[in-house]
Design a protein around this ligand. Sequence first.
Ligand code: NZQ
Ligand code: ZN
Length: 390
Amino acid sequence: MLNFSFYNPTHIVFGKDQLEQLDTLVPKGAKVLITYGGGSAKRTGVLDKVKKELAKSQREVAEFGGIGANPELSVLMKAIERVRGEKIDFLLAVGGGSVMDGTKFIALASFAKEFTGKEEALLHFGFDPVPVESAVPMGTVLTLPATGSEMNGFAVISNGKDKLPVFSPYAFPQFSILDPVLTYTLPATQVANGVVDTFIHTVEQYVTYSVDARFQDRTAEGILQTIIEIGKKTVDEPEDYDARANLVWCATMALNGLIGAGVPQDWNTHMIGHELTALFGIDHAKTLAIIQPAVWKVRREQKKGKLLQYAERVWDIREGSEDERINLAISRTEEFFQSLGMKTKLSDHNLTQDDIEKVISSLEKHGMTALSETGDVTLEISREILKAAM
Ligand code: NZQ
Ligand code: ZN
């Protein structure tokens, strides 16, 4: 097992009717800014429920809506001005990954006085912690299980052209309320996105090379098997509580640092996927469903041991040559994504060979020239992956 440092301070409150915990979780007397997205929180009534809970004690409550999918710096800047101007001292994100990520950025940038007027600079530290010493405290009410943002210190922010990762130990939410019932209103396509994002977060930290990290491997396999068992059911039967609850908890556990501690991590699929979202507006998870099988096809030799373990322990594939078992595991994975209504080819989204070159240029511009768990994915190999995904 590799050395690791594991830190996760987020308090999770899980289950039906748990919004009623808000009054104890949000400091009394706080000046709270509730942040939300393009309107679903209003439409579904969750925003009103949140306000009702906050009103149980003396608090000043303001609202900031309009943090759309793939949160934009220009929108977040307006919230940052309000946090500073209105002396907000608690942020409450009500939404999915985009709202939670956007709120993390608001929390960090509002506090980073030395970056006033040049907040965009905070988007250029990659996976290194942004240089801030604190942030406005925040909590979340999750409405879309997918990204794990509710229990991690990451955010992905767009500056209008590029989608850029941001990390800070101060960006962990203080608490997150995970009530699976609040996710019943999601359209099927977003639930499918959540299933696939959770699946890919898990394999990015598992299908690499073995370091004899048995707990991490078996926990990853448990998440994958659970997701395969309940994935289609929770898309088809959105109000089946148990299926949805399992998705919600798997989504959180897949990217809160637990299964990634002490193991190599890939993230090749995510880095190519972020470029596809930025260039062509394809939903985050939909990019992953296309790229992950292609990564495995191109890097099957480097990932051979783990692909065979994945085939046997996740899909129960025990017969045939090594090549046959790996092929079958990859096609079972594609079929699983397709069963959720996902497309698994770039051409399904009308992309062409010319578009591949645009992705390669963006990867180069962002320094993504040595991707994967071993850093051996050059631009040339990314091009091969994209061709295999065509
Ligand atoms: O904007 P509103 O109107 O709220 O609608 C949203 C949005 O259109 C809607 N929605 C959310 N909850 C709903 C609902 N509709 C009905 N009922 C509900 N209960 O769903 C749409 C998608 O929401 P979004 O937050 O964009 O989706 P998701 O949670 O998949 O987040 C995607 C973003 O997270 C980033 C992605 O890059 C992308 O920007 N990621 C963040 C990560 C992290 N912080 O660790 C890791 C991930 O790999 C990912 O990169
Ligand atoms: Zn993801």
